[in-house]
Design a protein around this ligand. Structure first.
Ligand SMILES: [Ca+2]
Ligand SMILES: [Ca+2]
Length: 507
């Protein structure tokens, strides 16, 4: 969304993040690898919504990190996005396109050495809390915290502290109509409200606190690779009231809605591909709850930011402050009214663009917004290069370590986002080209971000677009692996998940 700036600076935690040393550390780098589930660019330093109150991520960017302003996911829903970045392979190469598929059951992915496994094999101590892999209990490759919530569960005592204690009367959300779902995707209903639990007893706070506590220890003399998954702002948007209170409802400026926006995305026969009102849009629109829904999403991002502040502060005070890389990313974007949609799972900018904030002491200058086009798939080879590990020839991404050293260098070529079999979108930092080879007989979209950042006018049918489109088509994958089998967890895996308090139904 594009709005006029609103004064909204509120510090939720006060300790400053240490300034980075100008020199590259002599000790090996540690890695803090931080996933924030379903967080789009509604973060202060990313500029997607000036109403966002995210003092901790903003301070991270100001004091020790570079903001990758044009970062894109490999796919626009949890499992394929995370599977791609963790295996270092595109969805089209592994056949993992949806949340019901799984690295473990995909013939082209099950034997790939994942990012944490690669660090573990190369002398790193690896550990994690929160969701990093998607529904994948036994292949995380971590030395500790084998499954997402193990450590948090042990801190909270069984399930206590992990589950959101909902107060039904305060849950304001709406149920979406029984609209047809994309094949293989789970249905999501927009629900929001305040939880009764104080912030210190909530899941993400406990996960961040756990990660913060790890920074007080040693790791058998090894550098560490610590992966942390923050669950909000994933639905349901239920966090303590204090985060809703940051955003008075009457001050919320909702997204501008263009109701005819999807009409120009058509099949060869001229019929529109998409019906208007996607996801929970129809229900939210009918009840006129756009302000409430968008406030809830903002509140959930502020909550995630508050929890992350605990970790950032702990790092600044720890002995690892000067030689730890932070790579903070969102797994895909999210629509909040744009293109008459609430949700993810498509190939427009709002779903494809992700937060990527990178701190590399002595290498990446802080307080810089880099316009180099990068993909979350590129994180694997980038971290490998920055940490001085041997390159992994299996990686399909491109290391952006050179870009971190020189953020204005010549860099861009089209980067790929895929949603389901053979539907691909490419962006080069100016244009977005999308080809629906899988579901709409090769229908196309082309947008020029230099004049149309909200992708309102589809230029694909214009004769003068021909050459631009031909340039992009060279970058479409030549291999489109068929859908890998649906995820069928073994009885042992299910038991393990249950014993660790994981319900197994989150995306
Ligand atoms: Ca997600
Ligand atoms: Ca349009």
């Amino acid at each position: 969304m594009k709005l006029l700036p609103v004064l909204a600076a509120l510090s939720l935690t006060s300790a400053a993040i240490a300034q980075t040393s100008p020199d590259k550390p002599t000790k090996p780098y540690n890695v803090l690898f931080i996933a924030v589930d379903d967080m789009n660019d509604w973060v202060g330093c990313l500029g997607g919504n000036p109403q966002a109150i995210t003092p901790n991520m903003d301070r991270l960017a100001k004091q020790r990190a570079m903001v990758m302003n044009k970062a894109y996911c490999a796919s626009t829903v949890c499992c394929p996005s995370r599977s791609a970045l963790l295996t270092g392979k595109r969805a089209a190469s592994t056949g993992i396109y949806g949340n019901r598929q799984n690295i473990k059951n995909a013939p082209k992915a099950k034997d790939v050495v994942t990012l944490p496994e690669y660090f573990s094999k190369n002398g790193y101590f690896t550990l994690s809390a929160g969701k990093i892999f998607h529904k994948h209990p036994s292949a995380t490759g971590m030395d500790e915290g084998q499954w997402a919530f193990q450590q948090v569960a042990s801190i909270g005592g069984g399930n206590k502290g992990m589950l959101w204690e909902e107060s039904p009367s305060s849950v304001l959300g709406v149920k979406s109509q029984d609209e047809p779902q994309e094949k293989g995707e789970e249905k999501e209903t927009a629900r929001w409200g305040a939880c009764k639990a104080p912030v210190e007893e909530t899941k993400d706070y406990l996960a961040c606190k756990w990660a913060a506590d790890q920074l007080q220890r040693d790791f058998d003399g090894k550098p560490f690779f610590l992966a942390l998954g923050v669950s909000k702002p994933h639905l349901p948007w239920i966090v303590p009231q204090q985060f809703f209170d940051l955003y008075p409802l009457d001050k919320i400026i909702p997204t501008e809605i263009f109701r005819d926006d999807l009409d120009d995305i058509v099949r060869k026969d001229g019929k529109p591909i998409f019906k208007s009102s996607i996801g929970s849009f129809a229900a939210i629109d009918k009840a006129n709850l756009h302000k409430q829904a968008q406030r809830a999403y903002l509140a959930n991002i502020s909550y995630a930011d508050h929890c992350l502040g605990v970790l950032f502060d702990a790092l600044a005070k720890s002995k690892y402050a000067e030689n730890t890389i932070i790579m903070l990313w969102g797994d895909h974007g999210w629509h909040l009214g744009e293109k008459t949609k609430y949700g993810k799972t498509d190939l427009w900018e709002e779903s494809d663009r992700v937060p990527l904030i990178v701190s590399v002491p002595g290498v990446a200058k802080p307080d810089v917004k880099c316009d180099g086009v990068v993909n979350l798939l590129d994180m694997y080879p980038t971290l490998v290069e920055l940490c001085g590990l041997p390159a992994n020839p299996e990686n399909e991404g491109r290391s952006f370590a050179p870009l971190l050293k020189n953020p204005t260098m010549e860099w861009n070529h089209p980067t790929l986002t895929t949603y389901q079999y053979k539907n691909h979108s490419l962006t080069d930092g100016r244009y977005r080209y999308t080809w629906y080879g899988g579901k709409a007989d090769g229908a196309e979209e082309l947008y020029d971000h230099s004049t149309d950042p909200m992708e309102r006018k589809n230029l694909a049918a214009n004769p003068e677009s021909k050459e631009i489109i031909a340039g992009f088509q060279k970058y479409l994958p030549t291999q489109n692996e068929p859908d890998s089998p649906n995820n069928k967890l073994s009885a042992a895996d299910k038991k393990k998940m249950r014993s660790e308090g994981k319900k197994g139904d989150e995306e």
